[in-house]
Design a protein around this ligand. Structure first.
Ligand code: KIV
Ligand code: NA
Length: 263
């Protein structure tokens, strides 16, 4: 059955974990879909894992549309999320709509944007015009130059309060999901408990509605440094399809992420 925004809401309400993996091509899309991964994120991480760049900033809207098209051809039931690349949405709600429309026309069912409460107006603008939004807060990799590196966010009380207010503002603005990257598990749990929409975590602990990993990280293909929150599912599974199934199983039964993957 086709996964919709309503399916995700229902899973979260029933306390069933939502699974998400990044995906960049048709063959992986078919494999992930077959394994029951509900949401495929065509992430701008493709700039790093496919294009070899040292950040996500060089990725263009055309790059994203191309990969969304590839994934859409391979997926059957999964909900496809297209990541809005750096420079394609920050200027204005109008700019964001024009960019998001290209990803929707390429086959996305939802778009993801980085940024907190100041993205609420843009989020509302898109949602009112038929584009579901996944918000991305906490460690937002497009801000690597202002953060000065990839670090856990929300460790101080002030930062935690700000992230919490960001999540609320984005949900109020109509976001369908809120993705949190590299925040303390306790903060992500508190936000999940008070939000009316599902949350997705990466390095955000187990107390969220669902989990995401970069597919090349969870298969141990990416040659870069392995982040604390990553688990390589390949050794125990022995095949790509097996590793993906093991991931789905581990997320669904709550055994991933374990304490060693959390902040
Ligand atoms: O681009 C990406 O893969 C992402 C996830 C890491 C959340 O944004
Ligand atoms: Na991204």
């Amino acid at each position: 059955m086709k996964i919709t925004v309503q399916t995700l809401m229902k899973l979260a309400q029933e306390g069933q974990k939502i699974t998400m993996l990044t995906c960049y091509d048709a063959s992986f899309a078919a494999t992930l879909d077959e394994a029951g991964v509900e949401t495929l994120l065509v992430g701008d991480s493709l700039g790093m894992v496919m294009q070899g760049a040292d950040s996500t900033l060089p990725v263009t809207l055309e790059d994203m549309a191309y990969h969304v098209r590839c994934v859409a051809r391979g997926a059957r039931n999964a909900l496809i999320i297209g990541d809005m690349p750096f420079g394609s949405y920050q200027e204005s709600p109008q700019q964001a709509f024009a960019s998001a429309a290209k990803l929707m026309q390429a086959g996305a069912h939802m778009v993801k944007l980085e940024g907190g409460a100041f993205m609420a107006d843009t989020t509302r603008f898109l949602v009112e015009r038929g584009i579901p939004v996944c918000s991305h807060i906490g460690l937002t990799p497009q801000y690597v130059n202002t953060f000065g590196g990839y670090r856990v966010q929300g460790k101080s009380e002030d930062d935690a309060a700000r992230i919490r207010a960001d999540a609320r503002a984005l949900a109020d603005a109509g976001a369908s999901m809120v993705l949190m990257e590299c925040v303390p598990a306790a903060l992500a749990g508190a936000i999940t408990a008070e939000l009316p929409v599902p949350t997705i975590g990466i390095g955000a602990g187990p107390e969220v509605s669902g989990q995401v990993l970069v597919i090349y990280d969870m298969l141990g293909v990416y040659p870069g440094k392995k982040a604390r929150f990553v688990k390589n599912f390949m050794p125990e599974a022995g095949s790509i399809a097996g590793a993906v199934k093991a991931y789905v199983h581990a997320v669904k039964n709550g055994s991933f992420p374990a304490a060693e993957h959390c902040f």
